[in-house]
Design a protein around this ligand. Sequence first.
Ligand code: ASP
Length: 339
Amino acid sequence: MRKILVIYTGGTIGMIKNQQTGALEPFCFDNIYEHLPMLRLIDAEVHIEEMRPLIDSSDANPDFWIKLAKMIYQHYDAYDGFVILHGTDTMSYTASALCYLLENLSKPVILTGSQLPLGVMRTDGRENILNSIEIAADYRDGRPMVPEVCLYFKNALYRGNRTYKANAEQFNAFESANYPKLAEVGVNIKYNEHYIRPASKESLILHQKMDDNIAILKLYPGITLQAVQAVLDIPNLRALIMETYGSGNAPTSGTFISALRNAIDKGLIIVNVTQCKGGGGVELGKYKTSFQLGKIGVISGGDMTTEACVAKLMYLLGEGLGNEEVKYWIPKALRGEIS
Ligand code: ASP
């Protein structure tokens, strides 16, 4: 029987209503079997650990990611797979961070959560947890079916670092426009084996440093030079993710371009990712409006999500890499995060 560790970190899935305020807040998961009696029927030995303090995932940060990665690392040899119960709001960021912090993964790490708390009749949490555990415990010929950091939600398993939260209302809260689903769950679990990363043959490495001296600048028509300059002038800023239009386009105004060029010349790394969520990515030089960005040294983030780019920059900078090395690695797939 496979051994699965479920790590509960907080989020809607384990929330109850505070009687006084009416607001949802995390409850203690010790009595999980009360809410999920069929957990006893699952064909795997399931252990549950709670991360303290439990958080709403809006409070996630690099320290939280590192603590979670460390917890998986410490239990790595004792379990065959890991299921992380996490709030949906920043689940894609955590999935992205974990894929870098845990290098050479050879076991499944599946993040899941729910739109409705487990204690509610129509909850989607029950299915999400049970299916995640089943997938995490699915080994064939002694090999795990999905030895990577994944996100499971509403009948679909995704590569974690390709996802983003797209819906706050529907049960299918996540999308992965630039990478196919790793598995679809109906009567049977159908794996898209061709798209699943193979298990690493090397031993697991835990990385424990992330540099948060980054920022995101989302462009919009009418953005002022002062607004752009204020972001570029953030003290100690090492890297900036610039969310551009379409295939990587930005205003062509001379003052805007020279503000970016000055910042790059002074050592800022600028990565271009698109605001388009539904598919495609940055192609510097496709239009005149992005050609100049390439010329002044803006790096293409290709079809990477903003979520993955945040985690990747924090990881690469945390590793102590110099600007040239970071710029070298950004367009390369380290964990299948970019096409
Ligand atoms: N605010 C919650 C969280 O992200 C929402 C959820 O769990 O879906 O922790």
